[in-house]
Design a protein around this ligand. Structure first.
Ligand SMILES: [Zn+2]
Length: 246
């Protein structure tokens, strides 16, 4: 089963582009993707949860909703996220350091809640390995999925190396390989921390050249690595399926 563990109903690009669940499903069908984790960012947690809830209600067998764990002035985000997980069946929490800090006094309540609820946090930490390692060490019960091997489109392999080494130190850390251009580092990550802690995602939909081609290319990147079949199966879906209990 091929599972995209990172797809946006609303992106963090300059235009804050939104995609309808139908567009995500059409892209998945064109690329041969069975299921996708979906969430929104760059909006309030209320709206992001509503978008993901509506998407998963439309396509319950295909789309897996994550709640957006953004501290909010307009409501109690902890209660919103807890309700999303307990009542609406959300499977994880998205955190983006581009929209909030990972400082203890801001983000720790979400990391603690995720551990209590038994759902993972998918975190874009914008390349700040020390900021990511702090909650990883403090909340060993909380599974943390580090997006993009640490930094979106990182070209400096030393940055990626620091995140692979961090994952070696913390068994609760997984690495998401979306938005990775040094793709050979994915193979190294599999070798060093094991495929059960490596998850594939598209970080799509992405319109260039078109959403289906982009998704297919992201799949091809992993298939071109020459991983052992069991490792490839794990990275492309098995690992996230086990993590989320699906
Ligand atoms: Zn993303």
């Amino acid at each position: 089963m091929i599972i995209d563990s990172h797809a946006h109903l609303k992106h963090g690009d300059a235009a804050h582009t939104e995609y309808l669940p139908q567009q995500i499903i059409a892209t998945m069908d064109a690329a041969g993707i069975d299921k996708a984790v979906v969430f929104g960012i760059c909006t309030t947690p209320e709206r992001a949860i509503e978008m993901a809830r509506a998407a998963a209600e439309l396509f319950p067998a295909r789309l897996i909703p994550y709640a957006y764990g953004l501290p909010s002035y307009t409501g109690d985000v902890l209660r919103m996220v807890e309700r999303a997980v307990r009542e609406y069946g959300f499977k994880g929490i998205k955190i983006h350091a581009g929209e909030c800090t990972l400082s203890d006094y801001v983000s720790d309540p979400i990391f603690a809640l995720a551990g209590d609820l038994g759902v993972p946090c998918l975190v874009d930490c914008c390349g700040n390995c020390a900021a990511m390692e702090r909650p990883a060490a403090k909340f060993p019960k909380t599974r943390i999925i580090v997006a993009h091997l640490g930094l979106y489109l990182a070209t400096d392999v030393r940055v990626i190396d620091s995140f692979i080494a961090m994952a070696e130190r913390h068994a609760n850390v997984l690495l998401d390989v979306s938005g990775v251009v040094q793709t050979w580092k994915i193979r190294e990550a599999v070798r060093r921390i094991g495929s059960p802690r490596i998850v594939w995602g598209t970080d799509g939909p992405h319109p260039c050249p078109d959403t289906a081609t982009f998704a297919r290319d992201e799949l091809s990147k992993v298939r071109a690595l020459g991983l052992a079949p069991a490792d490839e199966e794990a990275v492309l879906g098995g690992s996230i399926a086990r993590l989320l209990g699906i």
